[in-house]
Design a binder for this molecule. Structure first.
Ligand SMILES: NC(=O)c1ccc[n+]([C@@H]2O[C@H](COP(=O)([O-])OP(=O)(O)OC[C@H]3O[C@@H](n4cnc5c(N)ncnc54)[C@H](OP(=O)(O)O)[C@@H]3O)[C@@H](O)[C@H]2O)c1
Ligand SMILES: *[C@@H]1O[C@H](CO)[C@@H](O)[C@H](O)[C@H]1NC(C)=O
Length: 346
């Protein structure tokens, strides 16, 4: 009897430590290692990042903390999202806890359209750094080629509802971007929402090649031509709205959602993955960087859990075939701007 009791105690002790270790182990194992790509300036960028557009200030700090715990090291921010202070709180908390070091992180922000005058670039970058509570960025992007009238209105519209341009050439803005890069305020610079011609113009008239062009990209707008062009110039594609941005403010109720696509669902079911995971795997397997947004821990974890399987060449081709010129962010109020990027095919 004594022996049995002893055994039981011993086993209980063992089970206690064992389960404790399982908790400890799953605690770390739940943190996914995200592969990185090498940018044209030698800097490495994690191929999956957390999007933060529309993430409310009251929820984004927790989302950033959950993301870092899950293994995210890349956070996509922008001045215009109005939440950089709260994003920064999450980042700084995780650095303070010792979960990550600043140099493990890849923090992106973007120069808003009303700050395109060369003299406004450095102050705008410093505003983002201040809000984030950081002393450098890993990547600073021109948010879009269409500069807008400077002033307190960050989205100036005329009577007809079209944006008011600033008359600034984005090539001049880019030259100021080169300056903040050379000063070390950011480890790399890039663009967003630029079309082929606009990138070509930049390349023809400046010295630093953008490391990436961040553009809308998902199975309904797979950006094959723009991506091939960018690749030929050493420019990486960062895919925004990869999951179809169902929370975009202008989405109409009842509009079909990318994540509900039955063909996508069929692949997901076969693979025992979710439609979101199939899309993110598809994009990263093409060599792109993807930045899905979520403020829910379970989805934040789901979206990073894509590095334990591969889509076959046939599956990749099949997802390619979903392409249907399905641009969701058309920026129609900008369509009369001289630098509106979406009149061209790509
Ligand atoms: N450069 C630019 O001009 C530009 C433009 C657009 C976006 N971006 C960047 O790209 C990021 C991502 O794009 P996005 O925010 O437009 O859209 P998205 O990432 O395609 O989709 C976000 C929506 O999908 C939901 N979601 C996330 N994961 C999910 C999952 N696993 N299952 C089901 N639903 C899921 C989110 O809901 P919950 O949050 O409620 O979970 C949210 O409603 C932005 O946040 C921003 O950082 C940049
Ligand atoms: C850029 O330069 C190349 C080579 O000189 C030329 O073919 C191309 O038309 C130029 N593109 C633009 C948009 O200026």
């Amino acid at each position: 009897m004594t022996c049995r009791n002893k055994m039981t105690n011993w086993m209980q002790l063992f089970l206690f430590f064992f389960s404790f270790n399982v908790i400890m182990f799953t605690g770390t194992a739940a943190s996914v290692q995200v592969p990185k790509i090498k940018l044209n300036n030698g800097i490495e960028m994690p191929v999956l990042g957390l999007g933060t557009w529309k993430s409310k200030p009251g929820e984004v700090t927790q989302a950033v903390k959950d993301a870092i715990d899950a293994g995210y090291r890349h956070i996509d921010c922008a001045w215009i999202y109005g939440n950089e202070r709260e994003v920064g709180e999450g980042i700084r908390k995780k650095i303070k806890e010792g979960v990550v070091k600043r140099e493990d992180l890849f923090i992106v922000s973007k120069l808003w359209d009303t700050f395109h005058r060369p003299k406004d670039v450095e102050p705008a970058l410093r505003q983002s750094l201040n809000a984030l509570g950081l002393d450098y960025l890993d990547l600073y992007l021109i948010h879009g080629p269409t500069g807008l009238k400077p002033g307190s209105d960050s989205y100036p519209l005329n009577k007809n509802g079209f944006v008011i341009p600033d008359g600034v050439d984005y090539v001049d803005t880019w030259k100021a971007m080169e300056e903040v890069y050379k000063k070390g305020l950011t480890r790399s610079i890039g663009v967003s929402n630029f079309n082929k011609k606009q990138i070509e113009r930049l390349l023809n008239s400046s010295s630093v090649i953008p490391v990436t062009n961040q553009v809308e990209c998902h199975p309904y707008l797979n950006q094959k031509k723009l991506a091939d062009f960018c690749k030929s110039k050493g420019i990486a594609i960062t895919a925004y709205s990869p999951l179809g941005s169902s929370d975009r403010p202008w989405a109409k109720p009842g509009e079909p959602k990318l994540l509900d696509d039955p063909n996508l669902k069929a692949i997901a079911d076969k693979r025992k993955k979710t439609p979101a995971q199939i899309i993110l795997r598809y994009l990263t397997q093409r060599g792109f960087v993807a930045i899905p947004k979520s403020v829910h821990k379970n989805r934040i974890q789901e979206n990073i859990n894509i590095f334990d399987f591969q889509l076959s060449p046939e599956e990749m081709k099949y997802v390619d075939s979903f392409n249907r010129n399905g641009r969701l962010l058309r920026f129609e109020s900008g369509s009369k701007h001289p630098y509106y990027p979406f009149h061209d095919e790509y």
